[in-house]
Design a protein around this ligand. Structure first.
Ligand SMILES: Cc1cc2nc3c(=O)[nH]c(=O)nc-3n(C[C@H](O)[C@H](O)[C@H](O)COP(=O)(O)OP(=O)(O)OC[C@H]3O[C@@H](n4cnc5c(N)ncnc54)[C@H](O)[C@@H]3O)c2cc1C
Length: 445
């Protein structure tokens, strides 16, 4: 399997650094028992086409990696050829047309920081390192995402190498089946996106956050308030609550009720933060930070305190609209069993609108709950590895589905597309990748 000739690097298990090079693609440091048969890092489009044709010729499946931030290490599959898109990280902005193009390995934070310097904006994700490849394919929960929609709704075109090894452009008119599927297929997409064409927006005038922090003893009050006030919170606010054993990095167990706000006018900003000023449990907060604008880089740094590098992660999630009285008993037990920080519980007030975009992405609900188990030593995997999935299993009767962003499908299959969209996805796949060259989601084996 070494007769693949491309400009980029090709590594196989016969090469000394093979395993280390594959593992280096991963954000999640948790040990895995899977390895591909080859990793190719293309430098050119022709390289990608050659790899696809080669994989077909030798009867191997293909998986793709852009930024490697899939919690489940989705791209590391046995018996497959891994295409590492790391070299495709360029982007270019067209200010006049309010568009940009970007390679899949462009970091969302890098793109957003560059845009903001030009008074522009794109709904990128909340953490450094996450690349737009995997992020935009699964949907994309973004800064200002409640107002601008799923990030994939701001993608106006894709350049894709198909299972035939051909480069095609997909947009609303051309190859519209691929255009539809790329907006939500996530780690089950059947093509290699080599370039995304993006709509960009004017930078919101106010971009910052406010926060109230509570001791864990107020858990019931805090979640009841969040549930109650959630539907009336304006879409300029991504209200989220982070429960951990170390609030603000140095205090004890508690809940950070954080409100990133992106507003275009002073009135909008005032309205956005009203729910915190009028909060009936305001007095219970031991720390109150009024709205301030630290700049997008600081906002990324703040977010990264919850998702540090060099950790093992066990993550799982659910969408729900269950009554808060049914959620709280579980939240209490989950908080009681939380692994040490940076492990945390995320409660996101989502309250989705009726979406007009015709796209594969189709499962969301009022509230998003995600559990992020984190630990440093592989020796602790047995202790903490199943914390997130174990609780999500117990809460399945309250869930309406999951986000692919935080999927753990190899451990717990769950619903992430509507039934009709899954049927349509399978039809598009059958037309585009009849031979099954691309790996599907883990839950499909
Ligand atoms: C610390 C952290 C923070 C996160 N924050 C957010 C957030 O704020 N919002 C959010 O929505 N998500 C977030 N995520 C989830 C993240 O968006 C997904 O894991 C996403 O898939 C990561 O993209 P990637 O390119 O870095 O990862 P990868 O692991 O490279 O990609 C994930 C999968 O997408 C597919 N894929 C990737 N690139 C291509 C391509 N070019 N062509 C075809 N298929 C491809 C592959 O199947 C791959 O296995 C976060 C994840 C982490 C670890």
């Amino acid at each position: 399997m070494t007769d693949l000739k491309i400009q980029g690097a090709v590594l196989t298990p016969a090469d000394a650094g093979f395993k280390a090079a594959v593992l280096k693609t991963l954000f999640n440091q948790r040990a895995i028992d899977r390895l591909p048969d080859m990793m190719a890092t293309p430098e050119t489009l022709d390289d990608i086409k050659s790899i696809v044709r080669y994989a077909r010729a030798v009867g191997k499946k293909v998986s793709v990696c852009s930024g490697g931030h899939s919690w489940s290490a989705n791209h590391v599959r046995n018996g497959s050829i891994l295409i590492n898109m790391a070299r495709f990280n360029q982007f270019q902005v067209d200010r006049e047309k309010m568009t940009a193009w970007a390679g899949p390995a462009a970091g969302g934070s890098v793109l957003l920081s560059a845009l903001m310097k030009q008074n522009l904006f794109f709904p990128a994700g909340h953490c450094k390192g996450v690349c737009i490849g995997g992020y935009l394919l699964q949907g994309g929960f973004a800064w200002n995402g409640r107002k601008l929609g799923m990030a994939c709704e701001s993608v106006i075109g894709y350049d894709i190498v198909t299972a035939d090894g051909e480069l095609v452009h997909a947009d609303e008119k051309e190859n519209s089946d691929l255009f539809w599927a790329a907006k939500g297929a996530g780690g089950g997409f059947f093509g290699i996106v080599v370039r995304f064409y993006l709509r960009v927006y004017p930078k919101p005038k106010y971009a910052g956050m406010a926060m109230h922090v509570f001791d864990i003893k107020h858990l019931e009050d805090v979640f009841s308030w969040a549930y109650e006030v959630g539907p009336s919170i304006p879409d300029s606010v991504e209200f989220q609550m982070l429960t951990s054993k170390k609030t603000l990095l140095f205090c004890g167990p508690g809940i950070e009720a954080a409100a990133p706000v992106f507003a275009d006018t002073k009135d909008e900003l005032y309205e956005a933060t009203e729910f915190l000023r009028n909060s009936p449990i305001r007095k219970k907060a031991f720390f109150k930070m009024p709205f301030f604008q630290p700049g997008i880089d600081m906002m990324y740094r703040f977010a990264m305190t919850h998702y540090p590098y060099d950790h093992c992660w066990g993550v799982d999630n659910m969408w729900t609209h269950a009554p808060v009285s049914e959620l709280i008993p579980y939240l209490k037990q989950i908080a009681d069993t939380l692994p040490p920080s940076p492990a945390h519980i995320l409660w996101l007030n989502w309250q989705p609108p009726v979406r007009k975009t015709d796209m594969a992405f189709s499962v969301e609900d009022k509230i998003y709950i995600a559990l992020y188990g984190a630990w440093k030593s592989q020796a602790d995997t047995e202790r903490y590895g199943n914390w997130a999935t174990g609780w999500m299993r117990q809460m399945e009767h309250l869930a309406t589905g999951i986000q692919l962003a935080d999927e753990n499908l190899h451990n717990r299959p769950a619903r992430f597309l509507s039934e009709s969209n899954m049927t349509r996805m399978d039809e598009v796949r059958a037309g585009r990748d009849a031979a099954g060259l691309f790996n599907e989601w883990h839950s499909r084996g």
